[in-house]
Design a protein around this ligand. Structure first.
Ligand code: 13P
Length: 345
């Protein structure tokens, strides 16, 4: 276990004005995204699309690391350089999604538990050799009610997922890989923002309790958090300042200051909301950790829509991706302005 390497990795992941690109969509999720722009989801198209993102000029000014999917870590640029090597050469740290996906939880209809611990130690050793220096494991927490009117999430779901995240983190650290722990509280549903705040607090408190029991070194873990927002179907949609204040409050209550950084997922927010919320939190300031982005959809949506599988659109798609990364880099410093979006449009 190389703690010096993990410390360097973690610090670089959340360096000032930089964040992560989540490009670790499983082939199933990738198909959904490609279907939306009528691109066939085959291995070569997935490779070409990821190459478009990774080779965007000057992207390392804003992106410190990329979360890859297993297939992508083994793919190469069209010139034959492994993606991991290309990224590293250009100052971007390769990371890897290692969970086996959120599966239906037995005896808990409507809830999910993330699988993938079996054989993970060996896989992590291989990923390290392939160049990965950090990993990601996503757990999914659903707010709502089950068929009998019982409130979700259940304690069993929160606890089982926190336990898996802790076991995964211990395995990562043993392999000198920095674990990103991602307990995503979904924004789907009609719940209020108050409910989201409450369930997020319980989820994070349980997670850090488990990490402590498993002996995970908190100095070498990055939290990937969901923001505290109104349920998508709730009539009252909280504004930017309220989201920022509630999210910061929950994090301060539950996340040890020993952590090197907190990154956020976008979770289905609009591109601009994901940027505005991050910016507002950094403007409030006073958090003991850097707060930055680890977005998939909020960084990629516009690039994918511009590309549409056509090689002639690559430069325009890269420009769109560069712009979103730039906006989020400013938000990570609390320096984003809405007018900058209009200028680019
Ligand atoms: P979104 O930003 O699209 O929520 O994806 C982030 C992620 O990595 C989910 O695991």
């Amino acid at each position: 276990m190389d703690t010096k390497l993990m410390m360097e990795t973690a610090r670089a992941m959340v360096a000032p004005g930089k964040g992560l690109l989540a490009a670790d969509e499983s082939s199933g999720t990738c198909k959904k995204r490609f279907d939306s722009v009528k691109v066939e989801c085959n291995e070569e198209n997935r490779r070409a699309y990821r190459e478009l993102l990774f080779t965007t000029p000057k992207i390392a000014d804003f992106v410190s690391g990329v979360i890859l999917f297993d297939e992508t870590l083994r793919q190469k640029t069209k010139d034959g350089m492994p993606f991991a090597e290309y990224l590293k050469k250009n100052g971007v740290i390769p990371g890897i999604k290692v969970d086996g996906g959120a599966q239906d939880m037995a005896l808990h209809p409507g809830e999910k538990v993330t699988e993938g611990l079996d054989g993970l130690g060996k896989r992590l050793d291989e990923y390290f050799k392939l160049g990965a220096r950090f990993a990601k494991w996503r757990a999914v927490i659903t707010i709502g009610e089950d068929a009998n009117g019982k409130d979700l999430p259940s304690w069993a779901c929160v606890e089982a997922n926190a336990h898996a995240l802790a076991r995964y983190s211990a395995l990562c650290q043993q392999a000198s890989i920095v674990p990103i722990v991602e307990p995503e509280v979904l924004l789907d549903g009609s719940h209020s923002i108050e409910r989201c705040e409450e369930e997020t607090e319980k989820t994070l408190a349980t997670l850090f309790n488990e990490l402590t029991w498993h002996g995970v070194s908190l100095e070498h873990v990055i939290l990937k958090a969901s923001m505290v927002v109104s349920g998508k179907e709730n009539a009252r949609q909280a504004g930017v300042d309220e989201v920022a204040e509630r999210t910061l409050r929950v994090l301060k209550r539950t996340v040890p200051s020993a952590l090197p950084g907190v990154v956020f997922l976008s979770g289905g927010q609009t591109d601009e909301n994901a940027t505005a919320h991050l910016d507002a939190m950094n403007r409030i300031g006073g958090a003991p950790w850097p707060l930055t982005f680890s977005y998939s959809r909020a960084l990629q949506a516009v690039a994918l829509n511009t590309w549409r599988g056509n090689a002639a659109n690559v430069a325009a798609a890269q420009a769109a991706f560069h712009h979103r990364a730039h906006m989020n880099s400013l938000a990570a410093k609390g320096q984003w302005k809405k007018e900058l979006e209009k200028k680019a449009a």
